[in-house]
Design a protein around this ligand. Sequence first.
Ligand SMILES: Cc1cc2nc3c(=O)[nH]c(=O)nc-3n(C[C@H](O)[C@H](O)[C@H](O)COP(=O)(O)O)c2cc1C
Length: 186
Amino acid sequence: MTEPIAPAKKPFLYVVVCASGIAGDVGTLIAAAQECHWDVGVVATPQGLGFLDVEAVEAQTGYPIRSAWRKPGDPRPLPPADAITVAPATFNTINKWAAGISDTLALGILCEAYGMGIPIAVLPYLNAAQAAHPAYRQSLERLTEMGVRLGSYEPHRPKADGGAQRFRWTEALDLLEPEVVGRANA
Ligand SMILES: Cc1cc2nc3c(=O)[nH]c(=O)nc-3n(C[C@H](O)[C@H](O)[C@H](O)COP(=O)(O)O)c2cc1C
């Protein structure tokens, strides 16, 4: 008798969600990721959590949203990440991440992921006044040097309606795709 073949384990994607006006639409990215290879868990910044429908996201992913550090001895709520995307990524989190500041769980995961060689794609969503700050350009340069893959969103006009229609959630998957294809062929 032949042994049953165990289903291949899907790669696990962390979606880090920051406190942006478009964060509530993250279900678009979760659904697209699940359709093409990935199991998904969401890590929200403490501020970002307030922008999410927690129940809906947890029902969609099948995992609790992580936002705070667990207590010593508590089990890990999510499997380890095979890849990470930060979408939407705020001005605040991008600058802190590039500077190596780790004062939220999301930043802790991102700062450590570099040393662990986990592929990361970041989709900034911010306005042009924020993007004009010199620290922001330096942060993007540093993250790019670290191998982080950068989304193409051009910052919107400040004090206008934002650019939600131009924000391409699935770009995160395009940026990470070579990694998944590489794993499948390994
Ligand atoms: C309604 C609302 C929408 C916001 N949208 C954005 C945004 O799109 N991009 C951004 O960088 N900051 C935005 N902010 C400001 C961030 O929420 C703020 O900088 C916050 O500290 C970011 O926290 P985080 O990076 O830990 O998620 C927004 C704030 C509010 C109240």
